[in-house]
Design a protein around this ligand. Structure first.
Ligand code: SF4
Length: 797
């Protein structure tokens, strides 16, 4: 496997980093540039949260090529392998092209759209009437278009009165949301990707950007190559390709890095490298109940000496000291992080402690200084967080508990006051734990629609949730058969992004419109149309009137309403009309309050952030911005315009290795594959290059257990087990195992093993850390079977 993968990487632009160090542009990418097409349509990449701008090449009504958009401020024309090969999955023979209903014999039968939609609407009406409004739920995705999330959110919260609305960003970004809101008062970053090129020190934490955000990693590489004095610090348990370009690696045991961040803060404070004026003017030190002075902060972190922290975390004390010095004194430091920080039972605290480092050193508002969460999915920010498609939010990322905002939304939606439930619904893990059949009185949720996501493979501790999905009335909207369609009652075939169009909003608050390029395959339909047709059948046509056969018209109606409803929020996109997004070269960054506003690079900075002059916003939220403040965290709940420097105690992960389970297991992505592999495993080049999961074992551990590369190894936690081929490598520290999670083969679906304990603040589960044991099962077996769920009638086994 390693040889074919290496060959593949060399032959593709997948290693954007490699391209930046001189490897020739690959044949495929060059071919895309000169492809014989009828037209190129502007859009966004279907995959990661980087949000690369693309052009989609269309010939004879089919997508035949994708190339990077050179004007896009995210990627400047570069793409990784997933981006430029994405269209190849569109025409895979497994595409779902007809609605299907499961029959009493357990097999699916193709039916008309009318029959399928009537069945869904009738059953939802019945469940709603029989068990109450919270008996029906929606589970969406950071890969759905913004218009889709907005529409389903409106249908459930405004139509059914149910806040049982969640999305898979709960599984990846909820801790970042909690971190931003509790530290800065409002979700999403202060700055933008442009800070990478201005930075003098990049602190990359819990992120293998080289594989998970490859085009951004290319920007980091280029910046370092052009400016060798720029310091790159990487903090994570594995010495990944990202760590290999670092000047300094802070290796840590999973879940222990809170102590490293406090130790860095201690070194900074002890050496007077902090920025006292910035702290006093722009932040308060707090434990959530009281505020404290700087002396108290020093006292709080006094025990986090680098030497003590080395013993706890395995991170060398000298590395901590060096990292603190570079971070504090570079002149412009930017932190970048993703799932390693978020998918934890202390994810919010970890986010807070990174923000602390920026607040105590004043590394925030100047170019090159930012505390920046890299979002995993292409539309987790724009689609789910900003439209409030989560159980506790409403559009504009405001809580359902906020009376004033609930009334505002009810008025805008033209529904009776009191329709929206003031009580949040269940977070994702609780929602799936509450999902069950009508005979099971312990499970209050009886019906669910899932859209653009595959929870039967992507939830942690899968064994616990499968029966609920199987026994309830489950409607799956997707483009391929998946592990989740295997548990569904109704399967509705969806159009691919380039067959319907819509908006994606990436990590840097940038919304980009993809225009419809081609007609959907077979009888597949846009998800917005599906939602609107369900609404119509439930007597809610007035609420969701965008139900025509013209997907771009429907999208524009949904988008126009969304930006109107949220025009007075700090997330405003009122100026980003469809006609403007069509014309813009590379989308727009909110806040963007008017059609002549260029979008915002830095928030909270007078002269850069339009909210300082936005009367509607200030009136609606009762905010007064003092004229003498250059920086102002205007969503500060205390009305002082300050951020919070948090006194968070140290807490480790929910599970630590024991005599019975002596290893840490951590999971993640590889560059070629996307999430559960439903799309990327249907791209032949990718499936060939990286077909199956594997378990990464350090040579010291491999020796002890008599394992060599290729041997089949069983990995077991208290929840479940997987059997995977071993890859013996020094990438991880001894005692730490790594498994990528895209593989659909039942034996290798690693989420059976992962922990579903959640962060009490964000309710995000601790995917990244589980205590496990291993044993060698056999010598090598050919597992490169490119396993994918292809038969819609195959069973979940
Ligand atoms: S880096 Fe992400 S957004 Fe860019 S091409 Fe690759 S998958 Fe797409």
């Amino acid at each position: 496997m390693s040889i074919s993968r290496r060959t593949f990487l060399k032959a593709s632009v997948a290693t954007a980093a490699a391209a930046s160090v001189g490897i020739a542009m690959p044949k495929n990418a060059e071919a895309a540039r000169g492809a014989d097409v009828d037209k190129w349509v502007k859009g966004a990449c279907r995959f990661c949260g980087t949000g690369c701008g693309v052009y989609i090449g269309v010939k004879d009504g089919k997508v035949v090529a994708i190339k990077g958009n050179p004007d896009a401020q995210t990627n400047f024309g570069f793409l990784c392998v997933k981006g430029f090969l994405a269209y190849k999955c569109m025409y895979h023979p497994d595409r779902l092209t007809e609605p299907m209903i499961r029959q009493s014999n357990g097999k699916f039968k193709k039916v008309s759209w009318d029959k399928a939609l009537d069945t869904v609407a009738d059953k939802f009406k019945e469940l709603h009437k029989k068990y109450g409004k919270d008996a029906v739920a929606y589970y969406g995705s950071g890969q759905a278009m913004t218009e889709e999330s907005y529409t389903f959110n409106k249908l459930f919260k405004g139509g059914f009165g149910s806040n049982m609305v969640e999305g898979n960003p709960r599984l990846c970004m909820a801790s970042a949301v909690g971190g931003y809101i509790s530290s800065f008062g409002s979700d999403e970053p202060v700055g933008a990707y442009a800070d990478i090129e201005y930075s003098k020190c990049l602190f990359i934490v819990g992120s293998n950007a080289s594989e998970c955000h490859p085009v951004l990693f290319r920007r980091i590489m280029r910046h370092k190559m052009k400016n060798p004095d720029v310091k790159i610090i990487v903090c994570e348990p594995r010495k990944t390709t990202t760590s290999k370009i670092a000047d300094l690696w802070l290796p840590v045991d999973p879940g222990t890095d809170l102590a490293v961040f406090h130790a860095m803060a201690k070194v900074i404070m002890d050496n007077n490298w902090h920025n006292e004026r910035f702290m006093n003017e722009n932040a308060r030190i707090t434990n959530g109940k009281e505020t404290f002075d700087i002396a108290a902060y020093k006292e709080f972190i006094k025990d986090f000496t680098p030497e003590k922290v080395e013993k706890l975390t395995r991170c060398p004390a000298d590395n901590i000291r060096q990292a603190a010095e570079w971070f504090a004194n570079s002149g412009a430091s930017t932190s970048l992080w993703t799932m390693g920080l978020n998918q934890r039972t202390r994810g919010v605290w970890a986010n807070n402690l990174i923000h602390n480092l920026h607040l105590i050193t004043g590394n925030l508002f100047k170019p090159g200084a930012d505390s920046f969460s890299l979002t995993g999915q292409p539309n987790a920010c724009g689609g789910v967080r900003e439209t409030g498609t989560l159980c506790h939010l409403l559009p504009g990322t405001k809580p359902v508990t906020l009376d004033k905002w609930r009334s505002h939304i009810e008025k805008e939606w033209g529904i009776k006051p009191g329709t929206i439930n003031p009580k949040p619904g269940f977070h994702t893990m609780k929602m799936f734990d509450s999902l069950g059949g009508e005979k099971d009185t312990s499970k209050p949720i009886k019906g669910m629609i899932t859209c653009t996501t595959n929870p039967a493979q992507s939830l942690p501790n899968l064994n616990k949730y499968i029966d609920g999905m199987r026994d309830s009335f489950l409607v799956v909207i997707d483009i391929f058969p998946t592990r989740t369609t295997q548990l569904a009652d109704v399967v509705l075939p969806a159009a691919f992004i380039y067959e319907k169009g819509g908006v994606y909003g990436c990590s840097e608050r940038r919304s980009q419109l993809t225009e419809k390029c081609v007609e959907p395959m077979g009888n597949a339909k846009p998800d917005v149309w599906i939602a609107a047709q369900i609404a119509k059948r439930m007597g809610l046509e007035k609420l969701i009137p965008w139900n025509s056969d013209d997907s771009m018209k429907n999208n524009e109606m949904a988008w126009s309403e969304y930006i109107r409803v949220t025009k007075d929020t700090d997330h405003t996109l009122a100026g980003a009309t469809y006609s403007r997004l069509k014309k813009e070269k590379a989308g727009l960054q909110w806040p963007c309050p008017t059609t002549d506003h260029p979008g915002t690079y830095k928030r909270y900075v007078r002269g850069m952030d339009p909210m300082f002059e936005h009367e509607g916003f200030q009136k609606k939220f009762g905010i007064k911005m003092p004229l003498d403040r250059q920086f102002y965290f205007y969503m500060d709940s205390k009305g002082e315009g300050k951020a919070n420097i948090w006194l968070r105690p140290y807490a480790g992960p929910a599970e630590v290795p024991s005599a019975e389970f002596p290893f840490y297991l951590t999971t993640g992505r590889v560059i070629e594959q996307w999430h559960t592999g439903t799309m990327t495993m249907r791209i032949p080049e990718i499936a060939r290059a990286h077909p199956n999961g594997y378990i990464e074992v350090h040579p010291d551990d491999a020796k002890k257990y008599g394992i060599i590369s290729g041997d089949m190894v069983e990995v077991t936690s208290i929840r479940g087990k997987s059997i995977l081929p071993a890859h013996v490598t020094k990438v991880s520290l001894p005692g730490i195992l790594f498994v990528p999670w895209h593989d659909q083969a039942m034996d290798r679906m690693i989420n059976f093993v992962c922990n579903d304990a959640v962060d009490p603040g964000s309710k995000e589960p601790e995917f990244k850390i589980a205590a496990v044991k291993i044993k060698r099962i056999s010598g090598p077996k050919d597992v490169a079977d490119k396993y994918i769920v292809s038969d819609i009638n195959s069973s979940f086994s």
